[in-house]
Write a protein that binds this ligand. Structure first.
Ligand code: ZN
Length: 174
């Protein structure tokens, strides 16, 4: 069943394995104050293993994220596919913080997965994104590239701090 909200109601889950489907669309990514991705269409299959005082959440993540090419600044759809796990200890005793391990008090019955879904999805992106690796473009935009590589003022090379460069980037974004 496809989930419409991001709350995992684990309080009502029987011990054992449970499956959930999530679809992260443009509305989902727009709901975060972020400029890491332009948009996205991502399916997440979540397996939850519940025991009395413990939950293991295994996320299988697959889809595309909209990004700007790091070379020519074209907008592209980058394919992602990966996995992540989150361990949840249900306890009122303080535990030490560990990566991918969180603690919830015994009085809680639900867990908001919204931020986790966002973080785990973004973690699937590599450091560098190029047109040749995208699903909608084969190669970088030659016209944009030649503009980017040609400084407007011959004496000063274009760089990130140059005001002309900032202006140029603004134009490409529109
Ligand atoms: Zn490109």
């Amino acid at each position: 069943m496809e989930r419409k909200d991001w709350l995992l109601q684990y309080g009502s889950l029987k011990e054992g394995l449970h499956h959930f489907d999530y679809h992260l669309d443009n509305d989902f990514f727009d709901s975060f104050e972020q400029d890491l991705v332009l948009n996205g269409h991502v399916n997440v299959l979540l397996n939850v293993y519940r025991s009395e005082n413990y939950l293991q959440l295994d996320f299988k993540i697959e889809g595309t994220l909209g990004k700007e090419c790091d070379v020519c600044l074209s907008e592209l759809d980058y394919p992602i596919k990966g996995e992540a796990s989150l361990h949840v200890k249900i306890s009122d005793k303080e535990i030490e913080d560990e990566p991918d391990l969180i603690q919830v008090p015994t009085a809680e019955i639900e867990l908001d997965l919204r931020q986790h879904l966002f973080d785990y999805t973004l973690l699937q992106l590599p450091m560098r994104i190029e047109c040749k690796d995208s699903v909608n473009r084969k190669e970088c935009d030659a016209e944009l590239l030649s503009k980017l590589n040609q400084p407007e003022d011959d004496e000063k090379p274009a760089n990130e701090d140059h005001p002309e460069w900032q202006k140029l980037k603004g134009i490409f974004k529109n």
